[in-house]
Design a protein around this ligand. Sequence first.
Ligand code: APR
Ligand code: PHB
Length: 392
Amino acid sequence: MRTQVGIVGAGPAGLLLSHLLHLRGIDSVVLEARSREYVEQRVRAGVLEQGTVDVLNEAGVGARMSAEGLPHHGIELRYGGAGHRIPFERLVPGRAITVYGQQEVVKDLIARRLADGGKILFDVPDVVPHSLEADPYLTFQGERLDCDVIAGCDGFHGVCRPSIPDGVLSIFQRDYPFAWLGILAQVPPSAEELIYSRGDRGFALHSMRSPEISRFYLQVPPDASLDDWPDERIWAELRARLETVPGFALTEGPIISRDLSAMRSFVAEPMRYGRLYLAGDAAHIVPPTGAKGLNLAVADVRVLTEALAGLYATGSTELLDAYSATCLKRVWRAQHFSWWMTTLLHTFDTDDPYGRRLQTSHLDYVTSSEAAATTLAENYVGLPFDFGAPRD
Ligand code: APR
Ligand code: PHB
């Protein structure tokens, strides 16, 4: 088999890349370790930046997102017995977020690729990348797929990044001393907007998927097990961490899924080796507090698509050569924002009273200063794709 771009991984990065390339007349094959059902059902985050929404709409895959996604124009920071709204409509006019589950984006992209005759091979767990410096190819299940370039879109635990020889990549990493327990519940959201709640018992987040389905997260110890968290304990802890302002009551209902995620910051540089280009979680991870993971994956593949379109139109590798540096500017902005939101809102074992006071002071600043609130708002809704030029 031969294709122009061999894509490993059918998450948001690999699927969107395959679709965007198709729109430019570039052929690709996607190889995915898991089944279609598995990738379509996997519950992940659900906040789309304005720029992500624009990319999906412009690519013609935004119809269901536009119909079913929930536009949000603010978030609440809750601490010290009060809620404080960060109003996007005033701080970053014209920019908002859309709450729409990542697996819904994945379903929409798979449906569109298959309708367009795209090749996605599911249940291929044994992909191996070869010959990354020149004439790259992928082997799997006794087959060989020759390609001009390989796109490593296979997530943090994929095979592409580890196939780069030792000593090439620089790794930048921070692990946080807690995890997030996430649930989906068959119950209407208890508030119209997301609530990021900081308190002495730990962080909690109120989010949603639809007018009928709520999504919640709890900060839990890093070694927590789902067995330690029966439904009643989850609801009791959510109540204790979220019912901290007058008049707010959590609506409870059946829990329909639960998951645990480690909290990690990670960047591999450069995002390229020879003819292998890494995109999305394969190259970088952020803790979910800033809601940036999916959005960074979309930003990467947007850059990679332009670079590959440049290669096939003119033979020039200029944009491809700049791919890693171009992406890393945005990656590091999101790294900082995600780390900042995480340290602002969680409790740490190492907290001393001084550190706790600093955290409160920082929250007071963000919720009272227009400049500080704007910093949060413009990062949260997503900086423009071309940000980074110095201001006069
Ligand atoms: N071979 C083929 N496919 C693989 C392999 C492999 N060896 N290893 C992993 N995969 C697949 C996974 O099964 C998954 O479907 O690669 C895909 C990677 O998808 P994601 O993990 O969703 O990563 P990405 O597309 O970069 O999207 C980033 O995912 O983790 C979230 O918060 C993150 O929202 C962000 C988004
Ligand atoms: C989610 O709805 O899954 C969600 C929302 C905001 C975050 C992380 C996850 O910061």
